[in-house]
Design a protein. Structure first.
Length: 122
């Protein structure tokens, strides 16, 4: 006798893809911040401009599109995979959604600093 095919839970698939996509942005963001802090220590520079420069460098390497879209996709996948009574799945989803929101905040804040900060009048 043959076994019936395994049942694929679409919410579980969205959850796993949401986690993978959500934490993808962690790699370039950490690399950019590490690069920025390395530049601070080497050049004895201070200020938020150094940090923004490091993040801007990562955006140029990885692509701002990927860094903006991947957290949005992760949040969408994780919200649609939410299940009542599944704390083992909901807690990592909540942490990943918070990380994705923080990533969006950092990237959009860096873009704001790069685009609007030079035009600020003193």
């Amino acid at each position: 006798m043959s076994e019936p095919p395994p049942v694929i839970d679409p919410k579980r698939n969205r959850f796993l893809w949401g986690l993978a996509v959500g934490w993808f942005s962690f790699i370039p963001l950490v690399y950019g911040c590490a690069n920025a802090f390395k530049g601070v220590s080497e050049q004895k520079a201070t200020g938020i401009g150094v940090i923004v420069g490091g993040i801007a460098e990562v955006c140029a390497i990885v692509g701002a599109f990927v860094l903006l879209v991947s957290p949005m996709i992760a949040i969408y996948l994780l919200v649609t995979s939410w299940s009542r009574g599944q704390a083992a799945r909901n807690i990592p989803a909540l942490i990943t959604m918070a990380w994705s929101g923080f990533t969006l905040f950092i990237i959009l804040g860096a873009a704001w600093m790069i685009l609007l900060f030079p035009y600020r009048h003193h």
